[in-house]
Design a protein around this ligand. Sequence first.
Ligand SMILES: [Zn+2]
Length: 216
Amino acid sequence: MNVGNNCYMASFLQTLFHTDPFKEIILNTQIHSTNITVKLTAKCLQEVFALMAMSNRHFVNPANLKKVLGVPWSQYGQQDAWEFGLVLLDLIEKGLPQSASIFSGKFRQAISCSQCRNESIRYEAFNSLTLQFPEKEPTSKEEEKEPKKEDSLHPNTYPDTLSGLLQFSFREENMCGTNQIFCEKCNKRQDGTKKVEIEESPDHLIINLSRFHYSY
Ligand SMILES: [Zn+2]
């Protein structure tokens, strides 16, 4: 399925194709949308999936889908698989709303005030999880060149497995200094804690592993 630098697209499409409930919806649902881009995108994905599922071809060319999505996806440059996925799923959800439930879940965010113990709870829907790798504490040799960052982690406690990274991402965070919370009961900024949990998990979880290194 590679038509020049589109491995980012091919890998995401193949993952979607192998997500059975998603594939079923794409292949068996009538598209209802008056938006031409939404309609054509869903139709082109149906075409790609139908060829992948039923033809004897050795490869499938998603050229029509690329064209419909427009720049930069219609071009031949390397792109980010994640950004492509967001754009594609957003359009597909508009054309085939049933597909949204497969990947959607709900976060529960609890913010507590250390002063009055008041807890405020907020719920937020999500359809993917972005896990950010934390900064690694530099070794003493590296530290001479690059000073230690405030929120960097010691290599011994660094989460280098997926479950470690999940635990790290859903840890309780202390909110103080410039990160103080606003407490509605105290009616001012206070030290506090923030804890995010998954209240409702999706049937299929999309995880985006994000590793950025900033040099200030
Ligand atoms: Zn308070």
